[in-house]
Design a protein around this ligand. Sequence first.
Ligand code: NAP
Length: 317
Amino acid sequence: MSAAPPAPLFARVALIGLGLIGSSIGHALKRGGLAGRIVGHARSEATRSAAMRIGFVDAVTASPQEAVAGADLVILCTPVGTYGALARAIEPALAPGAILTDVGSVKAGVIEAVAPHVPAGVHFVPGHPVAGTEQSGPEAGFAELFDQRWCILTPPPGTDEGAVARLRALWEAMGARVEVMEARHHDLVLAITSHVPHLIAYNIVGTAADLEAVTEAEVIKFSAGGFRDFTRIAASDPVMWRDIFLSNKEAVLEMLGRFVEDLTALQRAIRWGDGAMLEAHFRKTRAIRRQIIEAGQESGAPDFGRHAGAGKPPPER
Ligand code: NAP
């Protein structure tokens, strides 16, 4: 007789938003048998029926209230700009004792938007899986997205420790490593590791598109010189990234200030032919790449941006 499968960690999980992250959570929950039942909600019928067809949810509902009713875990997986209105909408339907969490790439702004709508007896534990790709939608998800990636939890002071521990256990069971951090610190760290790099990519691709002296055909033809790698990041979802910059304004502006200062120093070194400064700088940055590979957050294999599993590039942010 084979051993009975492990008991699910949550009896009913509601996924609000069924795009890349919502669908990946659905797949990861199913892979580990971690949820008794998964109920999904997305605003469009097309996304809801795609989720059912792919099979990473057990049921879908047209209203977010119906999805969260009776759920012991609710995960917001929509763009962060929607969180306030969604939290207000689901507030009366949340079950006492339920854990409400999210996957938003910004944390202080999310807490500000959601916390006022969390009823007494519901535990709000904000979270952010630092894993993703430039793909979006229900077809983009896969169970392995969170394997070996970090998930950062930012419980506000006074959050129930049992609820934090249950959510930590769930993320670990989905393959992630978990770190607990203060929300504002999270936003600063992510501003430099994710948000500013995306802004730089959006900016350089935009600049190239607007050039007059170099034609667009030339930019595309000779893109292997480095530009192509920026276009992958600059292809990320426009609505999601609009919301991230609006929501993490302060931290992004602070990091951009530092970035511009350092860029000016490099500009000056080029102008004055300061090769020693340039070389020392490039040696320092190369060492950081080595540390990322050693930490298991990237493969050292040269792939020139062409990942073997097309459509499923390695986790990015
Ligand atoms: P996505 O693929 O674009 O999916 C967004 C989902 O939200 C879609 O199912 C969409 O439904 C639904 N949605 C949007 N507005 C809604 C509303 N008002 N009511 C109900 N459903 C709504 O986005 P994603 O990449 O999964 O990102 C989701 C969240 O994860 C964001 O907060 C983002 O900051 C965070 N995150 C993303 C990444 C990443 O790499 N992508 C990484 C970590 C965290 P329809 O399809 O019906 O429009």
